[in-house]
Design a protein around this ligand. Structure first.
Ligand code: AN7
Length: 349
């Protein structure tokens, strides 16, 4: 099959016309990977939707191809976003392609190195604020409401439209919806988008509906705790968000699907992060491992007991986004002299 990007593939489900210039990096069509270790452990078929293989290394490209195409349609010259990293990387790439100016606000010191490098090389105007993501988003909303700059955070409805196509791909692969869909929750755009996608596909193709399982980081869990978190913390900087923009629609996805939104500790996130790499061969960034951490937490609480079918975990971003985490916190190579003897000794022969 020839894959020309998700707008071409799912045009009938998207708000585009012949007048929409399609700005694409051929995003989407990401690997849908069976996870044998997790499947055996949990007793249901577990699949990983590896969104880290999108062109800029995260699921944000699905929303950005739509947001930037629609911005190009209205002849916008500049776009702006607040970001914990991946949105800025994606916006910078698609804006470069569309010859638009891209301005990003990031929380100083709290975005992964790879993401910052991406925004810089695509020549976005990167402004680091001495504050967190929530403060950055408030500023961006204010500025884009007053000046002719397109907002490309997931408050932009075209972002959600693009991101919903991941649910279509899953249903196309399985020929029906999974029983459960597990997903990290930060600003809560993606859980909103998947649920919209599942509902729309079900209406037309009768693919069924999953129960949505969303997971926030324990110290950045406003939806679970029921109040705004002023100073969110977590090693998973991508989801270090205390006041999600799509809070209400995430709750709607949870309730309509008879699902849940729970929280996972940094320790649980790191355990899942290592498990994915070491047992399934899939390297993701820590925020992405929150979906698997959550599934393991529910498994340990017997949540899946007596259930049948499949669990799909969205892995939202690639592990190479945040290489420092591995080198500084997990492992480093041993260093030896360049002799046969020292190497044989090291490998225990
Ligand atoms: C890897 O880039 O909010 O719940 O500014 O990068 O839709 O926000 C990133 C979010 C999960 C959470 N996993 O998704 C940003 C940003 C990764 C992410 C999320 C993000 P949402």
């Amino acid at each position: 099959m020839k894959w020309e990007g998700l707008i071409a593939q799912y045009r009938d489900f998207l708000p585009v016309t012949d007048k929409t210039p399609v700005i694409t990096l051929r995003e989407g069509n990401t690997p849908f990977i069976h996870a044998p270790f997790l499947s055996q452990k949990i007793g249901l078929d577990v699949y990983l939707k590896h969104e880290g293989t999108n062109p800029t290394g995260s699921f944000k490209d699905r929303g950005m191809t739509m947001a930037i195409s629609k911005a190009a349609e209205k002849k916008a010259v500049a776009v702006m976003c607040a970001s914990t990293g991946n949105t800025s990387a994606s916006a910078a790439a698609y804006a470069a392609r569309a010859k638009m100016k891209c301005i990003v606000l990031i929380p100083d010191g709290n975005i992964a190195l790879g993401k910052l490098a991406q925004a810089m090389i695509h020549s976005a105007h990167v402004i680091a604020i001495r504050g967190n993501f929530d403060e950055a988003l408030t500023l961006v909303k204010d500025i884009t409401s007053k000046y002719p700059i397109e907002l490309v955070n997931s408050l932009n409805p075209f972002r959600i439209e693009g991101q919903k196509t991941a649910a279509f791909e899953i249903c196309d692969f399985l020929q029906h919806a999974p029983t459960f869909h597990a997903i990290p929750v930060g600003n809560a755009g993606n859980i909103t988008a998947y649920w919209k996608g599942y509902k729309e596909y079900h209406q037309i193709k009768k693919t069924g509906l999953p129960r949505m399982l969303g997971f926030q980081a324990a110290k950045s869990a406003p939806i679970v705790d029921g109040h705004i978190i002023d100073k969110p913390e977590t090693i998973a900087t991508a989801i270090r968000i205390g006041n999600p923009a799509s809070w209400k629609s995430a709750e709607a996805a949870r309730d309509e699907s008879q699902g849940l939104i729970d929280k996972v500790t940094d320790e649980e996130i790191l355990d899942a992060y290592k498990l994915l790499a070491q047992k399934e061969g899939v390297f993701v960034e820590p925020a992405s491992a929150a979906s698997v951490a959550g599934v393991l937490k529910l498994h340990n609480a017997n949540f899946f007991h007596g259930q049948k079918g499949s669990i799909v975990c969205t892995l939202t971003g690639h592990g190479l986004k945040d290489p420092n985490l591995v080198i500084n916190n997990i492992a480093q190579p041993v260093v030896v002299e360049p002799t046969l003897q020292s190497i044989l000794k090291e490998i225990g022969i």
